[in-house]
Design a protein around this ligand. Structure first.
Ligand code: ATP
Ligand code: MG
Length: 781
């Protein structure tokens, strides 16, 4: 009793403390934004470690981004007063899934140095398959197939499990076959795509229960952040690992989806850009229920003779922050937690520690417009602070200028740029800010945005390194076989392909096989031989030189650097700098393999981490983060909510947009500033836009309307001529006028609740309706 409370426990409120200290059995923390869910998870790890319940390597801890994983490690070190040595299983689903896959690659027909393909590689490979099958790429684009395959993978479906109706949706019924061919081809190339990092784990676990058991025994504690955004594949993966190890079970309980689990209910097409691009944006169709035959529940229970002790799994999440439905996330996963993990303790946290009163009130009021939600109380003991501001401007350029000025003002008032973020709905919005910041000389970083590693010259350089690392990496080989030009054009590549396909071997092997034959013209033959000799030499140097030296040698000897040195285009100099930067960035890694691994996984890289800079990112990437000052531009109909959500039948898309808006506002600690422009150029054409309905849904008492300082603000300018704008104007003159609500009522009269141009919401049942009952069960606890 007299013992001093460890630092990581002091300061927690009773509910948080309960969540941290309930180490045995399943725990779900279901709570709103800023209530300390992530802090609870971190404290929990600290508690587990400092009480000696488990070693770092025995804790599986899943975060949503790599950045979040790094942050958690950092906090953990602070809490424990010392850096944590190793936490190998703290990371994203993909990074941990990939790690497991590498250990057992042979069991799923890969070798441990397999390549992780990005979307670009994926598309290239699919194009080849379509060509080989004589499928018209115009009618049936490879990108569409990539989307379908990703969608299937997100739902944990292998080629044989794809419902016939869905397989029929591509290439006159050949969708499923192409998926199978794609998987087969990946194996030949010794490659995996992002979806495979989990799906192949699941297959591995199913086919090798001994391997699964090994992990079940290893992971004494499992923790998952942002549980509301897990998809079916992640759910299955987690369930398998969260089963108590059982040597007697012939049929593992986590093997298939439980009865009543209906994946795909909430799936819709991607309503916009902006997610961390780990998985290609999928064009997901409405889907029928899961086709896998499920064993009767009695049978399932019999398979596990003695009920094993419940696994120590702790998930935290917030149904109001589920924003990845378009990518296959199932908010149902969080709503059925106590069903999946019987005896789960459910803890609610109600005090928000992040935001001031006005901000929290605005966010809560907005999200209350959603019907499909559990509903929860949130309170703050913080001051009311500044009201949320809404600023209109003439166009997006003026908007960027206004925000630039406000940021400079904040800077003059002593704020750090690190405490400032701009959160956009769609990534194209970023350019305007980037331009503005360059003009102003304001340092900024783009998080999760157009990435350094995606630049063409970087991809080329990486392709060389990939081929050295894994000779079977055909996509990389094809990318650079004739870059710089060395007389190995399309005809040669076609010849290599024919050989490779016939004999089911990688291109580099095919190259070796035909390099001495007379199938090739003498010049090509000489070139190809030189290239193969170079690769052999580089591969040998790999063992004696450091990987950074190797990279320099390769860029030099391949003629790649020289190619850009001779290039006269305006951006050649920048590309050469980027190549230098690439070699510099490799120094942080132990070896080539480690570096390539990093490239394939780190999708949310920040710019110079220690520089004081404004953060610019999409709303999707902002999940879990917080900033003193948050700027939210582009709150216009068609942009936010996004047009694709408005075009959709039913209200699921619109409600997801609203959750995104809620996520945006709740990132702010002290200031949330919303903007809309009356004119915006979207993909090259100017559009006259209306303020977002979400602005109308904010509570007038907590919001202040301001005018853009740019001069030609919306308040003064005429000619908008829309009834919607008239609504805005009527209360725009004074925020005390309850015009927000009036506008809303009016629109409700006009089209039954604010639908887009599809004429409002349909009568369709909410995908959340089934979960209503579960909300009762939460309430009872
Ligand atoms: P989100 O839903 O946005 O992910 P969250 O529930 O994970 O939010 P955290 O990020 O863990 O919330 O916490 C929000 C902020 O509140 C953080 O700055 C955190 O340090 C602070 N905080 C949490 N709990 C406490 C507490 N008991 N005392 C003081 N500050 C706290
Ligand atoms: Mg969090």
């Amino acid at each position: 009793r007299a013992q001093a409370m460890p630092a990581y426990l002091s300061g927690l409120n009773p509910e948080q403390s309960d969540a941290v200290q309930t180490l045995d059995g399943p725990v779900l923390v279901l709570a709103g934004a800023g209530t300390g869910k992530t802090r609870v998870l971190t404290s929990r790890i600290a508690h587990i470690l400092s009480t000696g319940r488990a070693r770092p390597a025995e804790i599986l801890s899943v975060t949503f981004t790599n950045k979040a994983a790094r942050e958690m490690k950092l906090r953990l070190g602070q809490m424990l007063g010392q850096a944590v040595e190793g936490m190998p299983w703290l990371g994203t689903f993909h990074s941990i899934g990939g790690r497991i896959l590498r250990y057992h690659a042979e069991l799923v027909q890969l070798t441990s140095n397999f390549t992780v393909l990005d979307t670009d590689d994926q598309i290239r490979l699919l194009k080849q398959l379509l060509a080989a099958d004589n499928i018209d790429d115009k009618r049936w684009p490879a990108r569409m197939l990539a989307g379908l395959i990703d969608g299937w993978k997100n739902r944990g479906l292998t080629p044989s499990q794809v419902p016939a109706g869905e397989a029929a949706m591509f290439g006159n019924g050949r969708g499923g076959k192409l998926y199978a061919a794609y998987q087969e081809r990946l194996k030949v190339l010794n490659a995996a795509d992002f979806g495979d990092l989990l799906l192949e784990d699941i297959r591995l676990f199913r086919e090798h229960p001994d391997v699964l058991r090994q992990y079940q025994q290893r992971f004494k504690y499992i923790l998952v952040d942002e549980y509301q955004d897990t998809n079916v594949a992640q759910y299955l993966w987690l369930r398998l690992l969260a089963q108590a190890p059982s040597s007697t079970s012939p049929r593992l309980r986590g093997e298939s989806l439980p009865p009543g689990y209906d994946p795909g209910v909430g799936l819709r097409s991607n309503p916009g850009e902006g997610a961390p691009q780990q998985i290609a944006d999928s064009q997901e169709p409405e889907t029928p229920p899961h086709p896998t035959p499920l064993p009767a529940s009695g049978e399932r229970e019999q398979a596990v003779p003695t009920s094993p002790p419940p696994k120590n799994i702790c998930c935290v999440g917030d149904d109001d922050q589920s924003i990845y439905g378009w990518r296959g996330a199932e908010v149902d996963n969080i709503l059925r937690f106590d069903h999946d993990f019987p005896g789960a303790k459910i803890i609610r946290l109600e005090r928000n520690y992040r935001s001031t009163g006005h901000i929290l009130a605005a966010a809560s009021h907005l999200i209350a417009h959603n019907e499909g939600r559990l509903g929860k109380t949130l309170r703050t003991e913080d001051v009311d602070g500044e009201k949320v501001t809404v600023t209109g401007s003439w166009d997006s350029e003026e908007e960027a200028r206004a925000i630039g000025e406000e940021i400079e003002q904040l800077q003059r008032d002593g704020h750090k740029l690190n405490d400032i973020a701009i959160l956009v709905r769609a990534s194209f919005q970023m350019r305007e800010f980037e331009d503005r910041f360059v003009t102003l000389g304001l340092p900024y970083r783009v998080i999760g945005g157009p990435r350094f590693y995606e630049r063409a010259e970087i991809r080329d350089a990486l392709a060389y390194l990939r081929v050295i690392n894994s000779p079977a990496d055909d996509l990389a080989f094809e990318r650079i076989v004739n870059v710089p030009k060395r007389g190995l054009g399309d005809a040669t590549v076609q010849l290599l392909h024919d050989h490779a396909r016939k004999r089911k071997i990688p291109l580099t092997e095919a190259a070796r096989a035909i390099v001495d034959s007379d199938e090739l013209k003498p010049k090509a033959r000489g070139s190809l031989r030189d290239l193969m000799t170079s690769f052999d030499r580089w591969r040998m140097q790999r063992d004696v030189k450091t990987h950074t030296e190797l990279a320099e040698i390769v860029l030099d000897e391949s003629g790649y650097t020289e190619m850009w040195q001779k290039d006269r285009s305006a951006d050649a100099a920048g590309r050469l700098e980027n190549l230098k930067e690439l070699v510099r960035s490799m120094e942080e890694f132990e070896n080539l393999q480690g570096f390539l691994e990093h490239i394939s996984l780190v999708m949310d890289r920040e710019g110079g981490a220690d520089e004081d800079a404004v953060s610019v990112m999409t709303l999707h990437s902002a999940k879990g983060l917080e900033f003193d000052n948050v700027f939210l531009p582009g709150w216009e109909e068609g942009l936010f909510p996004h047009q694709r959500a408005l075009d959709e039948q039913g209200r699921a898309g619109l409600e997801e947009e609203r959750r995104l808006a809620h996520v945006g506002i709740t990132r702010a600690r002290k200031r949330a500033k919303l903007y809309f422009a009356s004119n915006r150029r979207i993909h090259g054409t100017w559009n006259t836009t209306l303020p977002s309905r979400f602005l109308d849904e904010l509570p007038a008492d907590h919001v202040e309307i301001t005018e853009s300082k740019g001069g030609s603000g919306w308040g003064g300018a005429g000619g908008y001529g829309s009834s919607r704008f008239d609504n805005m104007e009527s209360f725009g003159s004074s925020y005390t006028t309850p015009g927000w609500q009036r506008a809303q009522a009016e629109r409700a009269r006009n089209n039954r609740g604010g639908g887009g141009n599809n004429g409002g919401f349909s009568e369709e049942q909410s995908p959340f309706s089934s979960s209503r009952n579960e909300s009762d069960s939460f309430a009872k606890k």
